[in-house]
Design a protein around this ligand. Sequence first.
Ligand SMILES: [Zn+2]
Length: 131
Amino acid sequence: MRDKLREFMSGRYGSDQLGRFTMGVGLVSLILYMFFHIRILYWITLLCLIWYYWRALSRDHSKRSEENLRFLQIEERITGRFRTAKKEFSQRRDYRFYSCPNCHQRIRVPRGHGRISITCPRCRNEFIRKS
Ligand SMILES: [Zn+2]
């Protein structure tokens, strides 16, 4: 029995960050479902479970790690945005933050200098803002 299980599990992909995230979403939706009995949450939980096990039991390691990598990139983009927002919020007394209208680079300028011309350090685009 044990050998059968080991044989079944050998070469399987197993868990990764995307897997744990899927499980987390499934768990949260399960808990919400228990409280609110909203049908869609039940299906989300089920889909998360199925997807988690489908990926964990998969033998196509390269496809699965590719998915995981894509997930990590998206996660980094989101957490990076939060980090930036947090940093800008903590410096809001001394600095103003603008996005370059041309390339969207975030630019920090000291407050209290009236209307100033800002040159984007990335693309050299110039624009006027209140500091
Ligand atoms: Zn720019």
